[in-house]
Write a protein that binds this ligand. Sequence first.
Ligand SMILES: N[C@@H](CCC[C@H](N)C(=O)O)C(=O)O
Length: 282
Amino acid sequence: MVAFAKGQGTGNDFVLLVDPAGEVSPTPEQVAALCDRRFGIGADGLIVATRTAAMPEHERALGGGAEWFMDYRNADGSIAEMCGNGIRVFARLLEEEGLADVRELVVGTRAGIRHVRAVDGGFSADLGAVRLGPGEPLVRAGGLAVARPGQHVDVGNPHVVVALADDDELAALDLHAAPEVEPPVVGGVNVELVVPQGIAGGEGSIRMRVHERGSGETLSCGTGAVAAAFATRHWAGGAPDRWRVEVPGGVVHVDVEQRTDGEHAWLTGPAEIVFRGQTAIL
Ligand SMILES: N[C@@H](CCC[C@H](N)C(=O)O)C(=O)O
């Protein structure tokens, strides 16, 4: 039996393992079994907390500086570079286990080093330089009569953001099947469907639903909220720098920070561990 924790951030939920020495190495089939909502624990993804020193290839690529590595898998067992909600839940787990000082935490990920800070009610994470991609993919989603143009956004992992006309159109979407993106993105893509709600007092507001690569429709996606904020800000002409993103599971905030390597996104939101147990799946 292996000890696990279950955590969530705005309803994006994760099975978490603490595996300091990197001994567990779950197979894709085991990840899918853990995340299965009927036969397993149930989650949108698996997060394994491992000491970076136990993962020499990642330690070399990151160049040191991060004691802990967040190894992220989607619910279907596929590997993802980054998880914006997951990194806050990861920080909460390390805090509760007494394994790190989370007032200022440095985390190794497949997308690079990420900085996380404890704030009132949750955590803020610098998700790095966000890049808008070229081209205008066409997206077909269940419930939309015609294909809509999208915006590629790289948040360390790939996203396509599509603007919808209004909240009724957002509510009527059927995201049981993955939206089709044309031309297709090799390796798959996360798709955010957004309705801009306006700008007031220097803060933009968006409502969003998401279909995550490897997990299906989820109640929230942190990197997706960042992608949605950056695409909407781009469509609005490059401002404002603070965004409120409402997802089915709650609200997160995105702040844009100008840095020498580009515009960084700070993602702020809640994170909690909801239960712990032992699993026979591993
Ligand atoms: N839910 C996450 C993103 C998880 C990875 C994503 N499904 C992918 O495959 O890139 C988030 O909060 O960012």
